[in-house]
Design a binder for this molecule. Structure first.
Ligand code: KG4
Ligand code: ZN
Length: 349
């Protein structure tokens, strides 16, 4: 539909410089430049390196996105940018660039929440989001369960990780198994040849005593330590470490907890749509397990394709598009980058 707003989204909260362009729910361009290779030898994202890489990638990535969509900046109706949460210096590069483009082209600017954008991206794949829905957001920096009554404004946090994020657990366990960074994809691959039931790793915050206070919260730090202890014990005994079995059992423990709690939230609130987003949503076992268990309760699971799950500009454009359609006022040009922007703030006003 040509009367839908043409929205450009800029994402720089972590190590991907993403520029996406959407018209309504239609994805027109999703240009990405990643600095992940520059961080690999450190086993995690180095903020200063990421900020510098965003600065270098911004203009060429913008050009690529506009070319792919076959539009110019003058055609764009609104610019959306990740205002937070994320790495302060990295966010600042995107927010400053967005202000520059918005000012130069005289376009309204929307400073949006990165986590809400991870949910909004699903509209590009599956169309308008049934609301209310429950969203499970699992990435390298976040693990949250949200109740989404209105993507353009009413998002309620139900729970979050109390220590490591799910993706962080994948990254740390991959490191101790000698697999490359980021650890999610290689563990996902290794796990395919392993037995997920071979090692009983702990399921954090699922014991009855924890459910009183942490029913919808997560904890992955104990699981990571359990994997480390198990591997060390093997090595001390001079026995080989069954990589595929460890990867599969670890992955099963993470996915089991994520799915159990997400479905519990759907049932508690009588909600029949579960959206999964964030980098860990690319995990093949998480996708399969969620679908399998949700089907029992007639809960529909919506997960975007893997490329849209990890950080990108299209997700920011998708949320911007929702905000424009909902008639929300743009952010002020003085909008700050807010590294700890709460999820209750979908749009910086
Ligand atoms: O959403 P994202 O790109 O960036 C953040 O906002 O953090 O997520 C990156 C995280 C990394 O921790 C990475 O290991 C994880 O997503 N990840 C995966 C998979 N693909 C990426 N985790 C498990 N399985 C995967 N297939
Ligand atoms: Zn993210």
């Amino acid at each position: 539909m040509t009367d839908e707003p043409l929205v450009l989204g800029i994402e720089t909260s972590c190590d991907e410089t993403g520029i996406g362009i959407v018209r309504g729910h239609t994805l027109l361009a999703d240009a990405i430049a990643s600095s992940v290779d520059e961080h690999a030898r450190f086993g995690g994202v180095v903020p200063e390196v990421a900020s510098r890489a965003h600065l270098e990638a911004m203009v060429p990535t913008m050009r690529r996105a506009l070319d792919t969509a076959g539009v110019t900046l003058a055609d764009i109706d609104a610019i959306a940018v990740t205002a937070g949460p994320g790495l302060a210096g990295a966010l600042l590069v995107g927010v400053a660039a967005a202000k520059g483009y918005a000012l130069a082209a005289e376009k309204p600017l929307y400073g949006v929440n990165h986590l809400a954008a991870h949910v909004a991206v699903d509209t590009l794949e599956h169309g308008a989001l049934p609301q209310p829905c429950i969203a499970l957001l699992v990435s390298g920096g976040h693990s949250s369960l949200l109740r989404v009554d209105d993507l353009a404004g009413a998002v309620t946090p139900l729970g979050a990780t109390i220590d490591d994020a799910a993706g962080e657990a994948f990254d740390k366990v991959a490191r101790l198994l000698g697999l490359p960074f980021p650890g999610g994809p290689p563990i996902d691959r290794e796990a395919r040849a392993g037995d997920p039931g071979s090692i009983a790793f702990p399921r954090g915050l699922t014991a009855p005593k924890d459910l009183h206070t942490h029913r919808f919260d997560f904890s992955f730090s104990g699981l990571k330590t359990a994997v480390a202890r198990w591997v060390e014990a093997r090595q001390r005994a001079g026995e080989p470490v069954p990589l595929a079995d460890v990867a599969a059992s670890f992955q099963e423990a993470v996915c089991d907890v994520l799915v159990v709690k997400a479905i519990d939230a759907c049932r508690e609130y009588g909600i029949d749509t579960l959206v999964i987003g964030g980098g860990v949503a690319a995990n093949s076992r998480l996708r399969a397990l969620a679908e399998q268990r949700a089907a029992k309760y007639r809960i529909a699971v919506r997960v975007p394709r893997p490329k849209l799950c990890t950080d990108n500009g299209a997700m920011v454009a998708a949320l911007g598009s929702e905000l424009v359609r909902a008639g929300k006022s743009p952010s002020p040009l003085g909008l700050p980058a807010d590294s700890s922007m709460p999820i209750t703030e979908v749009l910086n006003k």
